[in-house]
Design a protein around this ligand. Structure first.
Ligand SMILES: *Cc1c(COP(=O)(O)O)cnc(C)c1O
Length: 180
């Protein structure tokens, strides 16, 4: 059932790869591990979110840096992100708040310019599109939640989408280092 769910989710959003997990929090945590967040590193995220988004940064010993939201959309404001980018910034972690996707073109461009990764907290964001592209179809890791109060639920659960190599690495980490 889980394999079938991964395949259907992957083809629905047009993701390169999909990994089903026990929660979105587990996926966000794995994303921090994959991007090697540690004590010297800063991750820029939004204050308008569930605490899991910030907690996973601290689980890895990283430093949470908050960039304020646009008061109209409640989405992280790229202008505020740019003000917070430092030499220690390793990841930008926007949240697609209440199913409304962030300005990913601007955020991705900014991340590329500064050489930092982007991880998308898409816990509220199944289903959602930016133009004709589904959230979760791009080259960033994106994490979805199927917790009881989310748009689409399995009671508890999460999904990671993203590039094949990173998702393959996450699959091994999610199974205590075992590959089969
Ligand atoms: C619910 C939520 C999470 C955590 O999802 P779980 O599947 O419960 O771990 C993470 N981020 C946001 C924005 C959420 O709303």
């Amino acid at each position: 059932k889980t394999k079938e769910f991964e395949e259907k989710f992957k083809s629905k959003v047009g993701a390169q790869a999909a990994l089903a997990l026990n929660s979105c929090t587990a996926g966000l945590h794995l994303a921090m591990v994959l991007h090697k967040i540690g004590p010297e590193d800063e991750v820029i995220t939004t204050p308008m979110t569930f605490c899991a988004t910030a907690n996973v940064i601290e689980h890895q010993g990283g430093n949470v840096v908050l960039a304020d939201v646009d008061p109209e959309t409640l989405l992280i404001n790229p202008i505020e992100i740019e003000k917070k980018i430092s030499k220690k910034t390793k990841v930008i972690l926007p949240v697609h708040y209440a199913g409304h996707p962030c300005d990913m073109d601007t955020i991705n461009r900014m991340a590329k310019k500064h050489g930092v990764a982007v991880v998308e907290d898409a816990a509220h964001c199944m289903p959602s599109k930016i133009g004709d592209k589904w959230v979760g179809s791009g080259s960033n890791l994106a994490l979805f939640s199927f917790y009881a109060n989310k748009n689409m639920t399995t009671g508890e659960g999460g999904m990671m989408t993203g590039p094949q190599a990173l998702v393959d690495e996450a699959r091994v980490l999610a199974l205590h280092g075992m590959s089969h």
